[in-house]
Design a protein around this ligand. Structure first.
Ligand code: TPP
Ligand code: MG
Length: 402
């Protein structure tokens, strides 16, 4: 027990490493501020590096804050709705990790491809989803992003180049490598390629299929980003107990890597601008390690306090919270008054409330449409497949194809 608590505290120290909540300011003009990012990156096998500063306008910072606060409120709503049993099944929340999805999205173009694990609600939101459709998917009704048939782990939006939510740990990585292959294949000669990113966890990072994907991506110089969201725990196991080494950004061996302070949205944005530029220019893949933290347990069925202690969670919240960081950056640099932030928070809370109401008002999925969109509607003239047998929870209500 003692060693577990110790390793858990080590993890907390690492999560808390990097810049403190306060970001040093370099220069200021009337409508933008340049921030110092020194200490936010660690490099592996790279001759070039991201800039050690980033210039942001008030509007850009506010936009990031709005998205991150919407994510936070949406995940808190999921927690409440799950406890009220309006959401059933698996449900993995992203609060604590908001700066990662927000910063990547800020560096990406809509044409870049993105695929992730089951912890996918907020990435789907960043990628152009809306709160009502995301919650409707969790409620399992017809207004959901995948028509209420996927649930928490299976968001998907082809028009936003978001290739989902995967329930199988690591499965997104070979598929993401395939997306990178497609992006290279479809690129116009001489032009920058769109990149593909696969986000996965520290627990997934030692899987064989990831090494295999990395090998092909490197061999074929694919514009592929292997992005490890290191929240310091797998499904109840700290990195000290599940990985023989913890420098995840060096895991690609000869493949270049970068470790980024994943609690600082500006570091994520600037770091990912560099990574996208590197991979999209034909230099091959890169390993990216985002140092982050999850506040909730692994999923809603895990209280999240048996393998780490409450002090660790409280310490991260008070010293490294990604939202407090943006808020403080805005206020300390005189870009907004605290009152303005409070008003924005109030407006977003109301928005999430009304989206929740809207999400609940969509109708149930029609039984006759249960298999629409599950299999391809028509392939080479063949009509959509319906399985021969459907096992319902109540055996007597199961179906056989007549
Ligand atoms: C192949 C496979 N093995 C095991 C599981 C069960 N499982 C789900 S998540 C998880 C831990 C993954 O941890 P990590 O990769 O760190 O991601 P995080 O949940 O921290 O985001 C496990 C073991 C699974 N879904 N798929
Ligand atoms: Mg993890």
């Amino acid at each position: 027990m003692f060693s577990l608590a110790r390793s858990s505290l080590n993890a907390a120290k690492r999560a808390a490493s990097g810049n403190s909540l306060k970001l040093a300011t370099r220069t200021m003009s009337s409508d933008s501020v340049t921030f110092d990012l020194t200490g936010s990156f660690q490099l592996h096998n790279l001759d070039t590096a991201p800039n050690n500063e980033i210039t942001m306008t008030k509007e850009e910072l506010l936009e990031h804050f709005r998205l991150m606060y919407t994510m936070r409120r949406m995940e808190i709503t999921c927690d409440n709705e799950y406890k009220a049993r309006s959401i059933r099944g698996f449900c993995h929340l992203y609060d604590g990790q908001e700066a990662v999805a927000t910063g990547i999205n800020a560096a990406f173009e809509p044409e870049d491809s993105w695929i992730t694990s089951y912890r996918c609600h907020c990435i789907s939101l960043a990628r152009g989803g809306n709160v009502a459709n995301i919650l409707a998917e969790l409620f399992g009704n017809a207004g959901g992003q995948t028509k209420g048939k996927g649930g928490s782990m299976h968001f998907y939006s082809k028009e936003n180049n978001f290739f989902g939510g995967q329930g199988i740990v690591g499965a997104q990585v070979p598929v993401g490598t395939g997306l990178a292959f497609a992006n290279k294949y479809n690129a116009k000669p001489g032009e920058k390629m769109n990149v593909a990113i696969a986000c996965y966890g520290d627990g997934a990072a030692n899987q064989g299929q990831i090494w295999e994907s990395a090998n092909m991506a490197s061999l074929w110089k694919l514009p592929m980003i292997f992005c490890i969201e290191n929240n310091h725990y797998g499904m109840g196991t700290s990195i000290e107990r599940h990985s023989s080494h913890s420098d995840y950004y060096k895991m690609g061996n000869h493949i270049p890597g970068i470790r980024i302070d994943g609690m600082n949205v500006l570091a994520v944005k600037e770091g990912m601008r560099f990574v996208k530029d590197f991979c999209g220019s034909g230099n091959g893949p890169m390993y990216v390690e985002m140092m982050t933290y999850r506040y909730h347990g692994h999923s809603m069925s895990d209280p999240g306090t048996t393998y780490r202690n409450r002090e660790e969670i409280a310490m991260t919240r008070s010293t490294r919270d990604p939202l407090e960081f943006v808020k403080k950056t805005l206020i300390d640099n005189g870009l907004v008054e605290a009152e303005e932030i409070k008003a924005i928070e109030k407006e977003i809370r109301k928005h999430v409330q009304s989206e929740t109401k809207k999400a609940k008002e969509f109708p149930d999925v029609e039984l006759s449409q249960l298999f629409d969109y599950v299999y391809a509607a028509e392939i080479d003239g063949y009509k959509q497949e319906v399985p021969d047998y459907i096992r319902m929870p109540d055996y007597a209500k199961s179906f056989w194809k007549s």
